[in-house]
Design a protein around this ligand. Structure first.
Ligand code: ATP
Ligand code: MG
Length: 668
């Protein structure tokens, strides 16, 4: 390990002995790098890798951290498993879920599975209402779970709060009956297990002799409690974070955790870092000026010796399309001048929907790109259908998956029959799959239909026997053929190409399984499903290639860095986002988000805004974001998208952009 690549305070953190350590420092100061070195240092000192619990915020961040540790170790020792909190929960629960009344082969329900359950529960409880917003109910439930409490009905004036509190016990009971856990449960049930089962906690404490957590500012209460239980009073716990980058308050993150840390572990060694190794001085000056507008923050003294660099460009554009063309035009010049490759450039935006215009412009320019957090692979219908088959084979009680595939591809089992079976299951309190076995005796189910149902079950039983560790991919290939999934897909769409793309996605699952099996030859179907469920969940997709321009939301950009960063859509209502500003502290969180976006840039930062934009299928006139007015004038160069960069009437365009330019200047 070459510690000469660390500054004195980073070194101090890396070589800090036992006991709690908190690194609280600004963006780009090497927090993640220090964490990687510290993990490598522990391994070099002979700590067995399986006694180190390292936690990153997303699977992508975990992969990156693992890569960094591996390269620091240079073959001298292997990196420990690096988890997210959720994947750690899966590991714990796969061993001991039975103590909580679940089976170990539980299924993990994602948002769309949860929605099915919630709608079902609402229907059963006679809360029919066609307009019922099940997502909103789940959101309320999730917030409560992340705070570690049951949903609170409030004083009754908020209909949804009341409903969420009423329906929650039924929702939880349904998941239990299906032997399924939702994402929040992965944390909550793990915490419950640790709290209630002394022996389990003790066993995991042994396997978590050293705990290290990145991006600690975005942990929620449940995650904090997990860490607290595992680390114990005097624990060997290293956490790193930056309170200015807390951007998940809307998902229950509690930035106070970073300050509470010193209260819970009074003997904590606190190390601050203030040299930023990522960005030019100009970029830092601009980012610092914006974040300084947040009240109640602890001042930081972030500096860089990477030189002044070029000014931050604020680019005024006429409309959304012009913004996309202007940004892509600039990326094309950067690449043409050989100043970078596509992958060195990122376009960040506040909302997912903004990506399409940039995708179109990049395609027109013939540039490759990746969308991180776009339509995720495991969200595609054909992929979900196949995964539902696998899930049913693994956990026969997984009712959501069972219903998904019961008549897909169509095998003559009608909706009416399905409803009768469900009703019988509900009335008798028996799992649906059990009721299906005796379909012929269920009232109202015709003989032919009952035959189709039992035939289907027999088929499932037969297929289940194909799945053995080491033959998962092969068994899945057989399954796809046996149930005729590909034919059904080709029949389902008129456009042959679209049909083939779907078929390719199905085959991609088989390839994914084969790759998974090569890495983990002893894994069973449940292990694969857990991995697939988790990796499909986050703001991430395939690994970006070095030549692909990266498109992503600012949330997904956390922890990353790019030589040339473009931040789009700095307009009131969009960034800061109008909806987020309604919540208390919302505007401050939006400002932190702007700060996170700006501090991703290494060499150049371009911020764009438009005079008008199509939102929700309507043209809206846009005001420049208040964050633009917070930029220091001497660090910024104002420009307007030139006529050459966008289509449309050149004179008109220049005039409109000029007007906006004047307006934003007048606000400074
Ligand atoms: P963020 O707050 O955005 O997560 P961070 O504090 O985790 O940032 P890193 O990503 O670890 O920062 O580091 C930022 C950049 O600075 C990386 O490219 C890293 O390699 C580099 N860096 C950090 N410390 C040093 C150092 N001592 N010498 C040279 N480069 C460094
Ligand atoms: Mg980091």
């Amino acid at each position: 390990m070459d510690a000469s690549r660390l500054n004195p305070r980073q070194k101090e953190a890396v070589f800090h002995g036992d006991g709690p350590l908190l690194i609280v420092a600004g963006a780009g100061t090497g927090k993640t790098r220090t964490l990687a070195f510290r993990i490598a240092r522990l391994v070099s000192d002979g700590v067995p890798p399986d006694q180190i619990l390292a936690v990153a915020f997303t699977n992508k961040a975990a992969d990156e951290l693992r890569g960094r540790v591996r390269s620091i170790l240079r073959g001298k020792g292997s990196p420990p498993p690096i988890s997210t909190f959720h994947s750690f929960g899966v590991r714990v629960l796969r061993q001991d879920a039975e103590r909580l009344g679940f089976k170990r082969n539980f299924t993990i329900y994602d948002t769309s599975d949860q929605l099915s359950v919630m709608r079902e529960v609402a229907r059963e409880s006679h809360v029919v209402g066609r307009d019922l917003d099940a997502k909103k109910l789940l959101w309320i439930i999730s917030r409560a779970k992340n705070d570690g409490v049951a949903p609170d009905p409030g004083d009754g004036s908020d209909e949804y709060r009341l409903l969420a509190a009423q329906l929650y016990p039924r929702y939880a009971a349904a998941l239990r009956a299906y032997n399924a856990l939702d994402f929040d449960d992965l944390l909550l049930m793990t915490l419950r297990l640790f709290r209630d089962e002394e022996r389990v906690l003790r066993a995991w404490k042994k396997r978590a002799r050293h705990i290290l957590v990145d991006e600690f500012q975005d942990t929620n209460h449940v995650q904090y409690d997990l860490v607290r239980l595992l680390a114990g009073r005097s624990g060997n716990l290293t956490v790193v974070g930056d309170d200015d980058q807390s951007i998940y308050g809307w998902r229950g993150a509690a930035p106070g955790n970073i300050h509470g840390f010193v209260r819970d572990w009074p003997q904590t060694k606190v190390i601050t870092l203030d040299q930023n190794y990522r960005s030019t001085c100009t970029i830092l000056t601009a980012a610092n000026a914006v974040i300084e507008n947040n009240p109640h923050r602890r001042p930081k003294n972030l500096w860089s010796d990477l030189g002044e660099g070029v000014p931050v460009t604020v680019l005024a554009c006429r409309a959304g399309e012009d913004e996309a063309s202007a940004v892509v035009e600039r990326i094309v010049s950067l690449i043409a001048e050989k100043r970078c490759r596509g992958g060195d450039c990122a376009v960040m935006f506040r909302t997912n929907a903004q990506s399409r215009l940039f995708e179109d412009a990049l395609r027109r320019a013939g540039l490759r790109y990746v969308v991180i957090g776009g339509m995720r692979f495991y969200d595609r219908k054909e992929v979900r259908d196949l995964v539902a088959y696998l899930s049913c084979l693994h956990n026969p009680r997984d009712e959501v998956s069972l219903l998904r595939i019961l008549n897909y591809p169509p095998r003559g089992i009608g909706r009416e029959t399905v409803h009768r079976l469900q009703a019988a299951s509900l009335a008798g309190g028996r799992p649906l799959v059990e009721v299906m076995k005796g379909a012929a005796s269920v009232e109202g189910v015709a003989e032919r239909q009952a035959g189709a149902v039992t035939g289907f079950l027999a088929r499932v039983e037969e297929m289940r026997r194909w799945f053995r560790p080491g033959s998962l991919a092969e068994a899945t290939r057989r399954l796809v053929g046996a149930v005729g999934l590909e034919e059904a897909l080709l029949r389902s769409v008129k456009d042959r190409d679209a049909g083939h793309r779907k078929v390719e996605n199905v085959r991609e699952v088989v390839s994914a399984l084969a790759a998974f099996e090569r890495g983990e030859p002893r894994a069973d179907l449940g292990d694969y499903l857990a991995a697939a469920n988790l990796s499909g969940r986050e703001d991430e997709s395939e690994e970006p290639a070095a030549d692909s321009v990266v498109l992503l939301t600012v949330h997904a950009a956390k922890g990353l860095e790019f030589r040339h960063a473009f931040l789009a859509g700095f307009e009131e209502g969009l960034f800061p986002h109008e909806r987020s500003c309604l919540a208390p502290g919302g505007l401050e969180e939006e400002r932190r988000l702007a700060y996170v976006g700006m501090t991703r840039a290494m060499e150049s930062l371009t911020i764009t805004y438009t005079g008008e934009r199509t939102r929700w299928a309507r043209e809206v006139v846009c005001e420049p974001s208040r964050f633009l007015a917070e930029l220091p004038e001497d660090a910024v160069r104002f420009e307007q998208a030139s006529a050459a960069e966008g289509p449309g009437d050149a004179e008109d365009e220049a005039r409109i952009a000029g007007e906006y330019l004047a307006r934003i200047r007048s606000r400074l």
